[in-house]
Design a binder for this molecule. Structure first.
Ligand SMILES: [Cu+2]
Length: 301
């Protein structure tokens, strides 16, 4: 094939790669769930940036492969070895410097977002470490701007401790207010994860972990446990309501109808029918305190 055709093909390939990667980066915003916190945009920008970069790398590698197949084919019947070459320092510099710069760029970009998200940052964490660890005390210590809510995770339920002493199984948040969550675990590792907030934070036993964010879209969301915290961790969910200031205050004032029923307890009492039995020995699900308490409550009703 002629040289001119080869160069035109390369030029067209480069243009196609750039345009496709850019398009995929733009498209990637639609792969994410709704954005319901002020941090969500930042995370989606980062995700879009990574998709664009990943697409460029994937398409360049595939493009080179296809290019070689088309333009550097051996003649039919030619089984001789190819030209051996070693030590191409220009090439080596390129494949060391380009990935290094790329990784640094991604690292600095992500770190900046991380710093901006955790506005309180490590300083706040240090300050809270010297404060009383009691949730009630921490909750009443709030200043006006912040809504501080204690989150207690346990096998397999979430308890939310509100500033006025209210304890509930639902997480209610006022819209457009800075919220500070104090995460605690009663037993094992759990994970606080609300996809729409783009927030995922491990909860580590014996440690108080605080972080802040601003929910900015009224609606109902789901809190998931992002860490394997035992048999029923997949059922460790809670409803999250972002509501107007008035609705939030009204809800706070209402008596908590702390429904003790939870999904883990329901699954324990009415296990799903097995599709097939593998006959492998299995661990019998633990009857956690939470399940015992919930079952008692169900029995009482
Ligand atoms: Cu959990």
């Amino acid at each position: 094939m002629s040289r001119t055709f080869e160069y035109i093909a390369i030029a067209l390939g480069v243009v196609a790669i750039v345009v496709t990667s850019y398009g995929l980066g733009k498209l990637s915003y639609s792969w994410m769930p709704l954005e319901a916190s002020t941090d969500a945009r930042e995370i989606d920008h980062l995700f879009s940036f990574l998709v664009t970069m990943g697409s460029v790398i994937f398409l360049v590698v595939m493009g080179m492969l296809i290019y070689s197949l088309i333009f550097n084919r051996a003649a039919p019947g030619d089984y001789t070895e190819g030209h051996a070459f070693r030590h191409n320092w220009k090439l080596e510099v390129v494949w060391l410097v380009v990935p290094t710069l790329l990784v640094l760029w991604i690292g600095i970009y992500s770190f900046n977002i991380y710093v901006r998200m955790d506005v309180a940052g490590p300083k706040e964490l240090l300050a809270s470490a010297s404060q009383p660890k009691d949730l009630e005390v921490a909750a009443t210590n709030t200043n006006q701007a912040l809504v501080t809510i204690g989150v207690v995770a346990k096998q397999w339920a979430w308890d939310f401790h509100y500033p006025d002493g209210k304890i509930d199984r639902e997480l209610h948040l006022p819209v457009d207010r800075r919220v500070r969550l104090m995460l605690q675990s009663e037993d094992v590792l759990h994970g606080f994860y609300v996809p729409e907030f783009r927030i995922k934070q491990d909860i580590i036993p014996t440690r108080d972990i605080a972080f802040q964010f601003i929910p900015n879209r009224v609606g109902k969301y789901k809190l998931h446990d992002s860490q394997l915290s035992g048999t029923y961790f997949a059922l460790m969910e809670a409803d999250v309501y972002v509501e107007t200031q008035e609705d939030y205050q009204q809800w706070l004032a209402r008596e908590s109808d702390n429904a003790a029923r939870n999904l883990a307890a329901l699954e324990y009492t009415n296990p799903h029918e097995r599709v097939f039995d593998s006959h492998y020995p299995t661990v019998v699900p633990a009857r956690s305190e939470e399940i015992t308490a919930s079952n008692d409550a169900i029995a009482k009703n």
